[in-house]
Design a protein around this ligand. Structure first.
Ligand code: SF4
Length: 343
């Protein structure tokens, strides 16, 4: 009996250029070895309309595949090996709640622009498209927040408060101009008085993986390993970003490790599949790369070789992912605004 690896490769060869497999950096090595393109959210989103393949299999979490649906060419079919691979942070901002809160904020007489991190559902992106806002990735959050601030009186940034705060720090937005909003009770606990004075309204969501890194871990590591460099993802809390030697998107972390000199010791605070791959890639160059703490995303891990094979075996009859026409149209507006602004 052939191995899973061989069976997947046989099917890939059989589909030829009718199939393209995309994989997010946080996927495991067993999945990554089968992808045609590997990247972060922005790189993969940009890739979609360059693909001529009829079937695009997206190895990542659900919101990423939804973005691919919104950006797909007519007739292109987007699949995900496990539809249960959702992002808990994206689910912290249900679309109806976002629209209710946004409307309540606008009813106070201010033009509040919604800006969603791509780690949000297609419905939330559609709300952003519909209300003159857009989306951002961790790589372009600074540019997009600057843009959104110029479009109105204030910005509702969601769902990741850490990325919001870290980006605001880069733009020197004073903490007195920011407000973490209370979204409980359908938004009825919103402090309208305080919200009137804030330029940046932050949804209280966070990624459990990146929120799990602590400043104290960096301090302890520096004592134990003098000379170590620490780089972190901006989904980490502000204190972690401040204590690090550098912070940036997945692409930034990859480049940082690639450009570091031989002999460098680098602790990386992000999902550990990526960090372990970087460690293996640069080991021969004499670089020691390791996770600040080995934290893995269990939702990213739902995509594995078994599920990828099961999908490929039935690809021609599998139901591709779909979105309602409204959600496709408005989320596409939000995504295309970002791609245009950051072209
Ligand atoms: S690492 Fe965090 S943001 Fe990324 S999919 Fe997992 S829970 Fe969501």
């Amino acid at each position: 009996m052939s191995s899973l690896n061989e069976r997947i490769e046989t099917l890939r060869a059989r589909y030829g250029n009718r199939l393209a497999i995309l994989g997010h950096h946080y996927q495991s090595d067993e999945v990554i070895r089968h992808v045609d393109f590997q990247g972060d959210s922005l790189e993969l989103a940009r890739k979609i309309d360059t693909l001529s393949a009829e079937h695009v299999v997206f190895c990542g979490v659900y919101f990423m595949a939804e973005s691919a649906v919104a950006l797909a060419r007519p007739g292109q079919k987007i699949h995900i090996p496990d539809a249960q691979a959702t992002c808990p942070m994206a689910e912290m901002a249900p679309a109806q709640r976002v629209e209710d809160v946004l409307t309540a904020l606008r009813d106070d007489g201010r033009l509040v622009i919604p800006l969603a991190y791509v780690n949000s559902t297609a419905e939330v992106k559609a709300v952003c498209g519909l209300y003159g806002g857009s989306v951002c990735t961790s790589a372009n959050a600074k540019v997009m927040l600057e843009w959104a601030l110029q479009q109105g009186d204030a910005v509702l940034f969601l769902p990741d408060k850490n990325l919001g705060h870290n980006t605001a720090n880069q733009l020197n937005i004073d903490t007195t101009e920011r407000l973490e909003i209370d979204i409980r009770d359908e938004g009825r606990r919103l402090d309208h008085k305080k919200a009137q004075y804030a330029r940046l309204l932050l949804w209280p969501g966070a990624c459990a993986i990146h929120h799990g890194f602590k400043k104290s871990q960096i301090q302890a590591l520096r004592l134990a390993r003098p000379g170590v460099r620490v780089v972190v993802h901006p989904e980490c809390p502000q204190g972690v970003v401040r204590a690090a030697d550098g912070a940036g998107s997945t692409s930034y972390l990859i480049k940082y490790c690639a450009n570091a000199p031989a002999g460098a010791k680098i602790a990386v605070a992000t999902e550990c599949n990526l960090v372990n791959r970087l460690a293996a890639r640069h080991k021969a160059e004499g670089k020691e790369i390791f996770p600040l703490k080995p934290l893995a995303c269990s939702n990213m891990a739902k995509t594995n070789e078994e599920r990828l094979l099961a999908l490929l075996e039935n690809l021609d009859t599998a139901t591709p992912l779909s979105l309602s026409d409204d959600v496709t149209e408005h989320s596409r507006v939000a995504l295309e605004r970002m791609l245009r602004i950051c072209a």
